[in-house]
Design a protein around this ligand. Sequence first.
Ligand code: BJ8
Length: 383
Amino acid sequence: MMIQMPDDYENYLEARKTGFTRIKDLKEQGRKMVGMFCAYTPCELISAADAIAVGLCGALEEPIAYAELKLPRNLCPLIKSSYGFALSGICPYFNNSDIIIGETTCDGKRKMYELLGEMKPMHVMQLPPSRESDLALDFWEAEVIRAKEFIEQHLGVEITDAKLRSAIKKENRLRRAILGLYELGKLNPSPISGYEIGNVLDWSEYAFETEAIIARLEDVTARYLAEYRQNLEGTQSNRPRILITGCPTGGVREKIIRRIEDLGADIVAYENCSGPRAMMDLVDEEKEPVRAIAEKYFRVNCSVLSPNPGRMEALRSMIVDYQVDGVVEVVLTACHTFAIESHYVKGLVNEEMKIPYMYIETNYSSADQGQTDTRLGAFIELL
Ligand code: BJ8
């Protein structure tokens, strides 16, 4: 696709490195940084504290050897990579974080956070294990308040309701900008590859300031849209359209995401915790701000909460909206909650929606690349 990208546009690995300098500059200007790992972290609290929210690295294989000095080998690679980055001291984003916010999502993450707490001031928000109880939302709201107090105390700021309301508006605008990029995938043919969507999102994030991230996203989305209108509208693609679901795929981007597209299919949609459905779901700007924030994050569709019907609803509507021909579910090794929930995903995709489904369990190593390619190739042939 011949898109004229912005001058500072970089591949996600280069963008990560360029971000090192930017983060150093921001720290020298006295800015505070809050490290985070998960879609349950209420970014509005960080934004209202005038701090920078940094999604901490956990998508590369190299630091896993460090992590295995302390963690068991048969653990999810995302957890090992995240901990390895911290333990090895090679991640400027972890090193420059003043505090870290985590949540009690899966068992591996929550126990790993205990170890991270030996290195940095760490606050772990307690997630209710289920949304079923009437008390669960009140409990989670109390956890949002506890996280707010932790941030105030450690960063020496006061987070007022007025600051929260303004942060809610800003983060909602960011959600709309991310959604705009994802929704390019609804076009047929899509002007952007699924691999490139990941690149653009990462490059944008490394601008760090929310307004700068929004500007980058809106600019790139407009460029792809213009390309569609000029060269693609009215044409037909015979490549099958794939939806990706399951665990976060940042660590298998080359191994799975890129390979699917090299093998002849287009990834047009991502159904995961930070995908389009999460971006459509805004924080209510009219309600009392802490309650509104609690309600929004309480709706994140992650397999760690039981049951998790919202994910099935999201899948059902996305398969239709994005005109999906096949679903690939990626589950990281030892991720029990997504592995078990795949039972429902397969049932929904195969039996209810009557479209092909493929389950891949994998880690960050390239040892199974050949086998994965063979299976993916056969699946794409079927579509
Ligand atoms: S909201 S998906 S970012 S928890 S893959 S570490 S669950 S064993 S990453 Fe996640 Fe938050 Fe949920 Fe999203 Fe554990 Fe599974 Fe590993 Fe996972």
